[in-house]
Design a protein around this ligand. Sequence first.
Ligand SMILES: C[S@@+](CC[C@H](N)C(=O)[O-])C[C@H]1O[C@@H](n2cnc3c(N)ncnc32)[C@H](O)[C@@H]1O
Length: 295
Amino acid sequence: MNNEIPIGSAVRTQAIINQYFVRAKKNLGQNFLVDLDAIRAIVNAAEVEPGDQVIEIGPGIGSLTEQLLLAGAKVFAYEIDEDLPTILEHELPNKINGIPCAERFKLILKDILKADFDQDLSDFFDMTRPVKVVANLPYYITTPIIFFLGNTGLNFSSLTLMMQKEVAERLQASPNSKDYGPLTIAVQTEMSAQIALTVPSTSFIPRPKVDSSVVVLRPLAEKPAVGERQHFNWVVKMCFAQRRKTLNNNLKNLLQDQEQRTRLIAELGVDPRVRPEQLTISQFIQIAQAVPIKK
Ligand SMILES: C[S@@+](CC[C@H](N)C(=O)[O-])C[C@H]1O[C@@H](n2cnc3c(N)ncnc32)[C@H](O)[C@@H]1O
């Protein structure tokens, strides 16, 4: 269907909801974004240019998809809800600038966490070029999705992801802030994180309980050598086991010997009463190196 009014406007979204009797599925994190300025700001934050290869996670009824296509991207979308492809087929524009959208849009009905990117994308994308991931994420699996995208060898230049504001703040946090913790460190040892915009809960149908932010994550050109990744993440988690306690106290679970702990703290050049959120990523790397790897 060709419609003058964009899908991301509240009027058009409501019309689609009524026409197809859409009931937003809470268990699938369905909150449709009905704020065109915000949708276009997401596309801008992702710096989408004509010819870009974009993976969209959860296109829903197509509000972000439509704007990605208008920006000239080739879009491969993963959607888990089998009620939505028919709506997308009917509601996304048939043609943009005279070119059929079917050539630039492909949908696969699949859980993103089960994606096999080499297999799924190779017929549609040029696999020698990096992709951009752009999504208004289902909140219930935000962190698993970030780790999945980071760990599957996907060749991406950026991940532009809308998520719960509090999670976004944890991704972007710096030492000495309440949001700085194991999630910050796990992500920031692989990617840079920048909050691009914040969107109030009133911009969604149905309205979620929380506000949302869009974070742009980009792979670091030079990643710090954290050693064995599982060990590193575990050590960081243990250091934060009791946020209010001192580093020396938290280290007791990792190094039983007080002398070893004192030596390590001296090597770190910090006061023994320091709290875990005051340490930098390099200091956590030093701690992980001093702690024996669990067999
Ligand atoms: C927050 S809504 C976003 C919808 C639309 N992109 C928008 O901005 O209005 C999240 C979307 O992710 C889909 N979804 C939920 N779990 C998913 C999964 N595991 N894999 C792929 N899509 C999923 C939902 O069905 C829904 O369409």
